[in-house]
Design a protein around this ligand. Structure first.
Ligand code: NAD
Length: 706
């Protein structure tokens, strides 16, 4: 397979990278560039060399699939290739359009000159994978753009247009045909006798270098939430103030240390996990899809309004239906306020905000949804209310329309049976706030047709969501796992820990928010209602009295100013409240518990392994298709620390044998509910065999659990 095209035209050798879609620097492409470079250097007719990519990408950088099988390091290794380009005795010009990122940008920095389209996309995204540029980028980039810009871009991983880095990075920019601009630039060089200019020979100018580095370290440490790569990037770029050789050796040391770090392995796992989640057995590019041009949302409450905005943000018109005029009024006013706020803060242009708000048409008549290609229900979480809505939708929706429910816990198959078209029904479980949160659980019912599922997955992509397919069960993947997690939090509180200690311990592990702060944010009444339903369904179930009493006092969390914590008006700081301490104390006495000091490590392990054990059940039941899908749910919807790779990945890294041993210890605890710590069959089997969740065969068949 050719990965590079070579031609000589009027003294210029054109090396065009041809490794679609994005010219990833695979081993074959690297070898191709070296061979073509040698050929051009040996050809007396060649005066200058142009290295170009495609319109879509000069190069997006390393082929990260090669990290796993070692070919990433195979000769020619990227740093050596970049050095070879730079060492060339004939001028090498990079002609850059589209993505020029990571290793692709390092390749361009090895060239003697750079000509680019003004809209080329420039970035060093390595930190997002827990890495730093490792082919000289941390040394050559500051030599061209200066220490400050180099640190800003390398630490943040942000993408900027070439036009923003104009002078220092690029020798010429064009809005026209890139090849013409590159040829023109080469001819100008010819007039000067074909000089070469090596970036490595340039100095890094920054009079207050050290002071600036100290400032950068302090500001980055404050926002990097326990991630190592951003700070290590500063260390490497800072080394450019020394000699080029010393700087390169620091870069290589940092790069190789990060490459084997748990942080980078976890972030790489998350990267591949998101891509894997899009692949669903039984669906492929040939699966037919339905056209979605118009959407209707039923219910203009918290979720319905957010869902409507998700579509409007993607330019898709939405009809927003309500039962009550005042609820519709409130929903629309909230939407308007959100867009006006975004415009006032400069996050959206004023006309764009108006256009988006204008895409949402309010209505009190169900008939207004008759032309919608998909109708998403977001009314009260009550099966009777949902029944009424779906029966009505069945009457008015056009043939071929998809009917979706945003239920968090109810049986999607039962909802589908309220209609005469269960094949057209599925769950679309958005997360709050729906216009912000990336996760979308796509719940496949027993009768959901493949084309309905395929359409929902493409639609999710269109509106910028990360979709994960789940089977039907109470709580689907994410909330079902949250149940035993929250249960452990409540049990540990009875045993001796305070809400603050539990929140702090898991936040120190890296969670965005501990269980009590999260519950205060989401509304304690939501879990209270679910608990009450569970108490009714399972009469022998233990009542969580502390949590129930907190709710009986109307302490629903931030929205009422009081919850597990108290909140000052207009502020979100969680302040411990003696009223809650008193309830905890009284309930401990009622349960005859003398509180013990629970170590933070126990808190973290109990919370995590409660998630993991339920995750294993979800996997063995086929509710989730693969362990990595569960990780994606927790990383994108539940604030799980990205540098830990998700609960299932984390457990596999700890070792499933160790996880099971810890669970046995917890089961032996006086106050424990030993049944809760019985390892899922899949977990026990994998642990006994010394294997990981990644070794578990992907679920072929989806099962439903009512
Ligand atoms: P909400 O109470 O804020 O809004 C529900 C809206 O539905 C109300 O405005 C109500 O007037 C309207 N409604 C009720 N019956 C109707 C009918 N027959 N026709 C038209 N409109 C009707 O509730 P919410 O928090 O937006 O939750 C809606 C759904 O989304 C529930 O199923 C809930 O479980 C689910 N959900 C909620 C969250 C969350 O964090 N709030 C997250 C995910 C999913």
């Amino acid at each position: 397979m050719t990965v590079l095209r070579y031609k000589v035209d009027a003294g210029i050798a054109w090396l065009t990278l041809d490794n679609p879609p994005l010219n990833a620097l695979s081993h074959a492409l690297r070898a191709g560039i070296v061979a073509a470079l040698e050929r051009a250097l040996a050809d007396a007719k060649v005066q200058a060399i142009v290295l170009a990519g495609s319109e879509r990408a000069f190069s997006s950088g390393a082929d990260i699939k090669e990290f796993a099988d070692g070919s990433f390091y195979a000769d020619p290794f990227l740093p050596a290739l970049v050095d070879a380009l730079e060492a060339a005795h004939k001028p090498v010009i990079a002609a850059i359009s589209g993505a020029c990122m990571g290793g692709g940008l390092e390749l361009a920095l090895g060239c003697h000159y750079r000509v680019a389209r003004s809209d080329a996309k420039i970035a060093f995204p390595e930190v997002k994978l827990g890495l730093i540029p490792g082919a000289g980028g941390t040394q050559r980039f500051p030599r061209l753009v200066g220490l400050e810009t180099a640190i800003n871009l390398i630490v943040s991983g942000t993408t900027v247009p070439a036009s923003l880095l104009k002078g220092p990075l690029f020798d010429a920019l064009t809005d026209g045909v890139l090849a013409d601009a590159a040829r023109k630039f080469a001819l100008e060089l010819g007039k000067k006798g074909w000089p070469v200019r090596r970036v490595r020979d340039l100095p890094v100018k920054h009079p207050q270098g050290e002071a600036f580095l100290q400032f950068a370290r302090t500001s980055v440490a404050a926002v990097s939430r326990g991630m190592a790569a951003p700070l290590r990037a500063i260390e490497a770029v800072g080394a450019s103030l020394s000699t080029f050789a010393a700087g390169i050796s620091t870069e290589q040391k940092v790069f190789s240390e990060l490459m084997v770090s748990a942080e980078s392995q976890s972030l790489r796992h998350a990267f591949f996990a998101e891509r894997a989640a899009a692949k669903v057995p039984g669906l492929n590019e040939k699966t037919p899809q339905r056209k979605i041009a118009a959407v209707a949302v039923v219910g203009a409450g918290t979720m319905g309004s957010g869902i409507a905005m998700s579509f409007a943000n993607a330019g898709i018109p939405v009809t927003l239906l309500e039962a009550k005029p005042e609820a519709l009024e409130r929903g629309i006013a909230g939407i308007r306020k959100f867009y006006q706020g975004a415009a006032a803060k400069g996050k959206l242009k004023a006309d764009e905000a108006t256009r988006r708000a204008g895409l949402i048409t309010p209505s009190l008549e169900f008939a207004a949804a008759a032309k919608a290609d998909i109708i998403i229900e977001a009314v009260f979480e009550d099966i009777g209310v949902k029944k009424g809505v779906f029966q009505q939708l069945d009457k008015i929706a056009k043939q071929g329309a998809i009917l979706a429910t945003n239920t968090s816990t109810l049986d999607v198959d039962a909802i589908a049976r309220f209609t005469k078209r269960p094949g057209d029904v599925l769950g679309l479980h958005f997360f709050s706030p729906a216009n912000v949160m990336r996760l979308l659980e796509v719940v496949r019912g027993a009768k959901t047709r493949p084309d309905v599922l395929a359409t929902a997955l493409s639609l999710a992509r269109r509106i910028g969501k990360t979709a994960v397919v789940s089977g039907v069960c109470d709580g689907f993947i994410g909330n079902r796992m949250l149940d035993p997690y929250a249960q452990q939090a409540l049990l540990m509180m009875e045993e001796g820990a305070s809400p603050q200690q539990i929140d702090r311990a898991i936040e120190k592990f890296g969670f965005a928010m501990g269980p009590f702060r999260m519950s205060d944010l989401a509304g304690n009444d939501i879990s209270w209602h679910i608990r009450q339903r569970h108490y009714a369904e399972h009469p022998k179930m233990r009542h969580m009295r502390i949590a129930d009493r907190v709710c009986e006092l109307g302490r629903f969390g931030q929205k009422t100013g009081l919850g597990w914590y108290r909140y000052e008006p207009g502020k979100r700081d969680a302040i411990p409240d003696p009223v809650v301490d008193k309830i905890i104390d009284e309930e401990r006495k009622a349960l005859n518990i003398s509180p013990r000091k629970i170590p933070d490590a126990e808190i973290v392990d109990r919370l995590l392994y409660a998630l993991v054990n339920e995750g294993a059940k979800i996997l063995e039941e086929g509710i989730a298709l693969r362990a990595s899908d569960i990780d994606v749910v927790y990383l994108t919807g539940y604030g799980f620390p990205p540098q830990r790779g998700g609960p299932m990945f984390h457990a596999s890294r700890v070792g499933l044998g160790q996880v099971v041993r810890r669970m046995r210890e917890f089961a032996a605890n006086d106050h424990a509910d030993p049944a809760a710590w019985k390892p899922a069959k899949l977990l026990a089997r994998l642990a006994a065999a010394g294997r990981t969740f990644e070794d578990a065969a992907p679920a072929k068949k989806r099962k439903s659990r009512g």
